[in-house]
Design a protein around this ligand. Structure first.
Ligand SMILES: Nc1nc2c(ncn2[C@@H]2O[C@H](COP(=O)(O)OP(=O)(O)OP(=O)(O)O)[C@@H](O)[C@H]2O)c(=O)[nH]1
Ligand SMILES: [Zn+2]
Length: 296
């Protein structure tokens, strides 16, 4: 028996790195019955067969996991966020940040396509970036797309860590990775100008070695699932709300209708971004009104 890490998954095969070698494995038949799906990033025990093939016996306990993209045991996520084309959506960004907070993965917000912005758009994006930095999140807003300063910053942030790059279809994930590590030569998509939407160029999740870190390129998404948390927990995944909440009059304040709510006060005073609060209220309502029988 050997132990290794799944670095790629495609059509039922899991490619595993173990002691400097690569093995193409399959999951054991009883995994499906037990509703276990091995994920890229998983550490596994596997049985070697025919030299470089094998089958997975056990998925070792996970530190964390994400469903979108499907990956496990990640330290940090680079949230590739298009400044335009597709248009910047604070709602989509906040949903991704919440999913990461829930999984205990550190987000890094990286704005792509800043070269396509007008002066006015650039100014307003700078304000947005400053707002996210106050939360505080690490934000990289390249003055020059793929400029050496922002690439160096990213390299420094993800050295010696397991990272994932996530984001909407066409956000520029593969393009960014190609700039970080040109030897990867990942396929990138021409954006469909008619729809202003990317074309889903990346179809699989793969963990790649880039400099001193590991980074997973992942397929983009065009929508994001409803969160499977209790609506009363939602505010805990907004770090700036959580900080303010200790001063709300009521313990368990959900910052909606309660009097003397510090979160609402800080929104009013401009310390908390209005867009974050609006997105909070929308998600809160969505989660509260969704049909029961959600697990977790
Ligand atoms: N002008 C400009 N174009 C960019 C930038 N980043 C990416 N693009 C373009 O945007 C399109 C989509 O880029 P990809 O890297 O394929 O996007 P992706 O996020 O990997 O897309 P999926 O694999 O479908 O999820 C390509 O045509 C890129 O050349 C950027 O910073 N500036
Ligand atoms: Zn409150």
């Amino acid at each position: 028996m050997a132990t290794g890490k799944i670095f790629q998954s495609l059509s039922g095969f899991y490619d595993v790195h173990s002691a400097g070698k690569i093995y193409r494995t399959r999951a054991r038949g009883n995994f499906r019955k037990r509703k276990i799906t091995p994920l890229v990033g998983d550490d596994v025990d596997f049985q070697i067969e025919d030299g470089d093939k094998g089958y997975i016996l056990t998925v070792l306990p996970r530190r964390n996991e994400l469903t979108r993209p499907p990956i496990a045991n990640i330290d940090q996520a680079i949230v590739a966020t298009a400044a335009t084309q597709p248009e910047f959506s604070s709602n989509l960004l906040d949903r991704q940040l919440i999913a990461l907070e829930i999984s205990g993965i550190t987000p890094i917000i990286y704005f792509t396509k800043t070269d396509l912005l007008s002066n006015d758009q650039w100014q307003s994006l700078q304000k947005i970036a400053a707002g996210y930095r106050q939360i505080p999140y690490e934000v990289i807003l390249p003055e020059q797309a793929f400029g050496s300063a922002s690439l160096a910053k990213l390299r420094q942030l993800f050295a010696n860590k397991e990272n994932v790059i996530m984001g909407q279809t066409g956000a520029g994930k593969s393009t960014l990775l190609n700039h970080l590590a040109p030897e990867l030569a990942l396929a990138t998509g021409e954006i469909s100008t008619a729809l202003n939407r990317g074309k889903h160029t990346t179809r699989k999740v793969a963990l790649l070695k880039v400099n001193d870190g590991l980074i997973a390129d992942t397929p983009g998404f065009s929508s994001y699932d409803t969160l499977t948390i209790d609506y009363r927990q939602l505010a805990a995944y907004f770090p700036e709300f959580k900080r303010a909440a200790v001063k709300c009059r009521f313990r368990g304040c959900v910052h909606v209708n309660e009097p003397d709510c510090e979160v609402k006060r800080q929104v009013h005073d401009g310390q908390i971004m209005t867009s974050r609060y609006t997105n909070y209220l929308q998600l809160y309502t969505d989660i509260k009104n969704r049909k029961p029988n959600y697990k977790k």
